[in-house]
Design a protein around this ligand. Structure first.
Ligand code: ACO
Length: 333
């Protein structure tokens, strides 16, 4: 997909994130299924993840993250014009989770809708918001990645239950003033021939919710891990290279790479292939596991707040997810 000329430059004005209080450790999982802390850490890099309370919904986590991002951006909810929530675990099939967020934060004049692109959703949403602001259709937007993956996890399947967690992250985008940062380049792609390697088979029209389907774990995530791994590395490398080149940069110009927080070995392989030193690659998956659409958004917020990059630095975000989908963005902070 090619970039058309931007009319108005668009910057990321603020970020926010939220994770639930409850920590689920590898040791606790090892007491439930046939696994060990050693296996999980060696194969994935994950040490613990956060699990939302039963009465804590995706919109609640998204709302916390959104409030923090608005505060960081110095934008009042009343002035917010667009809310896009990326999620595969919405509160309800309809209305969109973004509508609950709009209500919760009091952004009464904002247009609100969800998108479903699995882990790539946050960067898909960022590209859409950037284009809508660049074209002059909106002055600002908040993009939110929020997931309650614990709700669609098969807690009896050791191959998947060790990987996922819950949380939310958000970024406020707005028209940039001269001298401010900018979202320089974005890329996204899809390969629908790979729907079978990572999916939730049940719960939609193809396999409606019935007691039998739920008992057979058809409403939870299934995955061909090795296949996902292979495609993830290839697609993320390509997408990152595309946005780096399109932004007129070289790998050595990138102060911080924020990759999808799915597996330490995937991240190491990407850093290696992009020739970016490991100390410029931001990671928090040891604390949260894979939170799908929330992962890059939470990582961006933590990287921003912990000073992993500073104003004027170039950063690259890159992600893959079910679909298969992938996306990347190069940003001058
Ligand atoms: N504990 C102990 N043993 C395990 C566990 C576990 N939790 N899970 C699997 N095993 C066993 C397997 O049964 C297998 O045993 P066998 O050799 O006797 O058959 C052995 O470990 C090796 O299994 P593999 O699947 O070959 O292990 P691999 O090294 O590929 O690691 C993993 C598995 C971590 C899932 C890896 O393939 C991976 O990270 N893939 C990508 C996953 C990913 O990023 N998914 C994104 C999801 S994004 C979204 O849309 C939500």
């Amino acid at each position: 997909m090619t970039e058309s000329p931007t009319v108005f430059p668009v910057c990321i004005a603020g970020t926010g994130s939220y994770v639930p209080e409850r920590i689920l450790t590898n040791a606790e999982l090892a007491a439930r299924v046939d696994t060990s802390d050693e296996w999980i850490v060696t194969r994935t890099g994950i040490r613990e993840r956060r699990i939302a309370a039963e009465n804590e919904f995706t919109s609640h986590m998204a709302t916390h993250a959104a409030r923090k991002a608005l505060e960081d951006a110095g934008l009042s909810a009343a002035d917010l014009e667009l809310i896009i929530v990326a999620t595969i675990t919405p509160d309800t099939p309809t209305p969109a989770t973004a509508c609950y967020v709009q209500q919760n934060i009091g952004a009464s004049k904002a247009v609100a809708f969800d998108i479903s692109a699995a882990c790539s959703g946050f960067l898909y949403a960022m590209k859409m918001a950037k284009r809508l602001i660049a074209s002059g259709a909106f002055n600002n937007a908040i993009v939110i990645g929020a997931e309650k993956l614990s709700h669609i996890t098969n807690w009896e399947d050791r191959a998947t239950c060790v990987l996922f967690g819950d949380g939310a992250g958000a970024a406020v985008l707005r028209r940039a003033q001269p001298g401010e940062g900018a979202v320089l380049a974005t890329e996204m792609g899809t390969d629908g021939s790979l729907t079978h390697i990572l999916n939730v088979p049940g719960g939609g029209t193809a396999c409606p919710i019935t007691a039998a389907n739920v008992n057979n774990h058809l409403a939870t995530l299934t995955m061909l891990g090795k296949e996902v791994f292979k495609h993830a590395v290839t697609r993320m490398k390509e997408a990152a290279e595309i946005v780096i080149e399109r932004a007129g940069l070289k790998p050595e110009d990138i102060a911080c790479v924020i990759p999808h927080q799915a597996n330490q070995r995937i991240i190491d392989a990407i850093a290696d292939r992009l020739a970016v030193p490991n100390d410029r690659v931001f990671m928090n998956l040891h604390k949260y596991g894979n939170t799908s659409a929330a992962a890059i958004a939470i990582a961006l917020d933590e990287a921003h707040r912990t000073g992993a990059f500073k104003r004027g630095d170039h950063i690259v975000m890159v992600v893959f997810g079910a679909g298969l989908t992938w996306a990347a963005a190069a940003v001058r902070w």
